[in-house]
Design a protein around this ligand. Sequence first.
Ligand code: B3K
Ligand code: ZN
Length: 844
Amino acid sequence: PQTIHLSDYRPFAYTVDSVHLTFRLAPKATRVISKIAFSPNAAFPGEFFLHGQDVKLIWAKIDGVDVTPDVTDAGLTCAVPDAPFVWEAEVEISPATNTALEGLYTSNGMYCTQCEAEGFRKITFYPDRPDVMSVFTVRIEGDLPVLLSNGNPVNSGDGWAEWHDPWPKPAYLFALVAGDLAAHPGSFTTMSGKDVALNIYVRPGADEGKCAFGMEALKRSMKWDEDVYGREYDLDIFNIVAVDDFNMGAMENKGLNVFNSSCVLASPETSTDANFERIEAIIAHEYFHNWTGNRITCRDWFQLCLKEGLTVFRDQQYTGDQGSHAVKRIEDAITMRSRQFREDNGPLAHPVRPESFIEINNFYTITVYEKGAEVIGMLKRLVGDEAYYKACDLYFERHDGDAATIEDWLQVFEDTTGRDLTRFKRWYAQAGTPRLTISDDYADGTYTLHFTQTTPATPGQDEKAPQVIPIAVGLLSQNGEEVQPTVVLEMTETYQSFRFDGLTEKPIPSILRDFSAPVILQREQTNAERAFLMAHDTDPFNKWDAGRALARDVLTKMITKDAAPDIAYLDGVAAILRDDSLDPAFRALAISLPSEDDMAQALHDDAVTPDPLAIHRACEALKVAMAQHVQDILPRIMADMIVSGPYSPDAKSAGKRSLGRAALMLLTRIDGGAAAAKTYAEADNMTMQLAGLSALLMIGKGDAQSEAFRDQWRNDRLVMDKWFGLAVAMAPPEKAAMVAQALTQEPDFDMKNPNRFRAVFGALAGNAAGFHDPSGDAYRLLGTWLIKLDAINPQTTARMTTAFETWRRYGVTRQTQMREVLENIAATSGLSRDTAEMVGRMLG
Ligand code: B3K
Ligand code: ZN
């Protein structure tokens, strides 16, 4: 397979002046007739090549005259005039047999498309690259009640509909949906007074009752983008469609967003608080893409972070505005540290803007998305809010209608602020997580912080240059008063010191407040100091992080030295639980432990070979100790937090439930499951029903409830995904593989449905001690199923191979077992390019 390099970018030799598409829908023989006006691109002459994959050419014409192009697996070339011309072609495709869920496919009898990144070439021959933008007119013919495409509806009749999208767009934003669908309607009046018709389309029946929340979330997003970024919607209609078979969360097609049904359908009875929060964030994210992604798109796929990093940053801001910024920041930092640092410190590490790829779908990663968002956040912190929004305004003004680059994005910041961002740009080019070593000294009223930064080598990048790191710092006095409010230190060199004058005593520093940069702090710190910050820090992120650091240290000593749970930590937990002045959502996060996978990474960083079972046992022992230590407060917390009355998913109510659930999980460890059984029996919403069930399964009880749950929700596939996942997630380590294997034999296990496959095998990979069970059974089971799935759905397979990305962390037995599985996958004949690339990189 061919490696594509950023440095090889060349504009296309033709421009596309207009596109007309006609679809004659049929499950196994859809005809697509295209009529495309091309002009030679005088500045960049070259061959006329159109991408095309799995499409059968029926005929082609140029300016009305039959032509015979040279067709290969990848596309076609053809002799064309040296002047503007019209290309016409008819092709045949088979949506019903398209299990890769890329291009045009069917899901429960409904036609739908997924074109990003390179799926349009599976629909017809076309220059399928993001820098080729054009105006699309689409006619759909099919015997189905709802026929949708991008833009505004033009005309329709019995069995046909026509759509026109006035905004030039790349092919990856094309979409078509056709089926027997029900609309949940809404409307929005934009800031300039234009009425926009909104719809959420779902399968008729129970799903119709799950649209209301998504509709309100969409309106809130539209309003927020006007208020905060000044961005108005630009079509007469905005449609969202829910589809059951989908490789990822959702897709921002112009005016026609397509959503994995799990990321839009919600009701209190069937969705948890976490589902509601995620659904709102994804609806916002896809809507925000209308400006950051669609109106301004990417020149090439190396610039993916230009739209994804920025849009994630915007959806994070939005979520913070809907609830608590502190809580959202902590959640994002947890994600960064557990998932992005894991990627950045392993064989799949790559820069936010990669320099090469084999399969672009493999680069829709936590690094491009979440680290990409962190880079925007650092930029905003460095230039300040006012300059940030000024630069964004300039970006929208200067690049509207463009296929832009990271250089364009940084240029608007340079032009607005006069700053030189050459060095800052390294965040886009350099992979790996910087380590920040800190020491300090104090003399005569002057306190000095000394920082050293190093970034470990990553695949293909041995030498690392210093990054520009915004370090937000505050100082506290020995009795807990803030003597220096937060300042942002701008570190640009390998070694740097910063002075604070006029102090009367040696202060206690609070460093990297608000997680001001995606770096790892390496610092000698006593547990007394951590406990002090946990009690007194005014910065909520660092207050939380001090507790985290303490928990990590306590667990490390329990794992490596067989130490008893530390009383200072348990007292800290009790103090947090008792402090009713603190936000419940914050309290829930503050008493949560690092994940078992985080602990494995932490031990590995300390040059200790992690034993997942030992980690699991230590985490369990610490939770039992916590429960015993605070047992007198738990029932009161549950009573205060789990209030009855009509369910509302708002951040405040969800935050209370999250503290109540944390209390329940602790209590269940010492009350034999009584509170959990009661919670399950009395629950009138999915959040608490699932909380009761998980708590019971966690202590090996709950078989009856699990059966009852299954009977109750048998006909709701999204709830059944939870049931499939929970059984594996809560299985004891030595049984996890067996439970997963048994679930694959259930009649309603369907490997073609990515949600169901992920429910079982995502949960297996997430059950750390179960996945790494010494037998190696879980590794082999997952390997076997990934090989089976690859023949059906390469994208989902490739993504799920990342379960093995940490294989080099472990001892020799586990390493050998995992390497064998990876080698088996690699040796499979006919393996997809997607999976081959991932496995190849992991085997390095
Ligand atoms: N842009 C899409 C992701 C497409 C993934 C293609 N493999 C969703 C999003 O980020 O909003
Ligand atoms: Zn996105």
